[in-house]
Unconditional design. Structure first.
Length: 329
């Protein structure tokens, strides 16, 4: 009997190891990335994604053929937020809630520790603390397709308070700086030029002057170099944004647009591009305002894609080619 029991233990252990190996083969792992422990890796033959739960529930890595499109600040590697520590711009693929100017400060959500877990093949989830300042808890679900670069990013806002809450989805993804941002302008925009530029100060400039590296071609706003003022907002009708990096990658986001619903930013915008010098560019779709009753939750999904794509030295992207890529997604 003892021999049979030992054989059973050995067999069970081998099955367990086989299951772990199978899990790794299926494209999930717990790893250390940029000195952050307990990161979750999602990987197929084309793309690698790394989720970081230690500070703000971010995406640290979204890479094709070993090349990460997201902005990284090496000085932040391994840094964990504590009250009193000033971290102005955590790197990587960040998410948030808005509206920007009326939502309470929320360091527990944006900088705090999250819980991460693998939920399936190429899938993982990160869950925030229950935040007393906002009365919500955030859940982020990620799913990488078996092939290619398609990554679904879903944020759920859960009301954990006893009061009705009004918030919206706000994506705040940093990509590497110095590239070309492309935004399809709404031909029926409320803005005379299809976009507004913020600043100086609290000004919202609805008739901004033209700049050398900021132009509209065929209804698409192209920002191909550092503008004098970094923050642009738009009320797009087409749910996509694109960005070409200097090192030959094309990053695309797609997302739903709700023209019949109310958006909570002061401008009513549903997209923002923050082109911060040559350092980084923030690609920001926003969701409509949501009224969330106690115990209820709402979700918004944006989808990421990453392709090899030659940076145009004349700073004039082939828009027709990029539109064909987006139509084919």
């Amino acid at each position: 009997m003892r021999t049979n029991y030992i054989n059973w233990l050995i067999s069970s252990g081998m099955l367990f190891l086989a299951a772990c190996t199978h899990s790794q083969r299926e494209g999930t792992a717990i790893i250390t990335q940029y000195s952050f422990d307990n990161c979750i890796e999602l990987k197929n033959n084309d793309v690698r994604v790394v989720l970081e739960p230690n500070m703000g529930g971010r995406v640290l890595v979204y890479e094709l053929n070993g090349k990460n499109v997201l902005y990284r600040d090496p000085l932040q590697d391994g840094v964990i937020y504590e009250p009193g520590i000033v971290i102005n711009h955590p790197a990587g693929g960040r998410f948030d809630i808005g509206p920007e100017k009326t939502s309470p400060k929320r360091p527990a959500l944006f900088f705090g520790k999250w819980e991460g877990r693998i939920t399936g093949k190429h899938q993982a989830q990160m869950v925030s603390q229950k935040d007393t300042s906002t009365g919500v808890q955030l859940i982020r679900d990620f799913k990488l397709e078996d092939k290619g670069s398609k990554l679904l990013c879903t944020q759920t806002i859960r009301n954990v308070s006893n009061e009705t809450k009004r918030f919206c989805f706000w994506s705040r993804t940093f990509v590497k700086g110095g590239g070309i941002s492309l935004t399809p302008l709404n031909p029926y925009s409320r803005f005379p030029k299809g976009y507004i530029i913020y600043g100086p100060g609290n000004v919202m400039d609805f008739m901004p002057a033209e700049e050398p590296d900021t132009k509209v071609r065929n209804g698409i706003l192209e920002i191909a170099g550092a503008p004098s003022r970094p923050k642009f907002v738009m009320d797009v009708a087409e749910g996509w944004l694109a960005y070409i990096t200097r090192d030959d990658q094309l990053f695309i986001k797609t997302f739903p647009v709700y023209p019949e619903r109310v958006y909570g930013e002061m401008s009513g915008a549903n997209v923002s591009i923050w082109y911060n010098k040559e350092q980084m560019c923030e690609i920001e779709p926003m969701g409509p305002m949501e009224t969330i009753e106690p115990g209820d939750e709402v979700s918004f999904t944006e989808t990421w894609y990453l392709f090899n794509y030659k940076y145009p030295e004349d700073k004039l992207p082939n828009q027709e080619e990029i539109r064909k890529i987006i139509i084919g997604l």
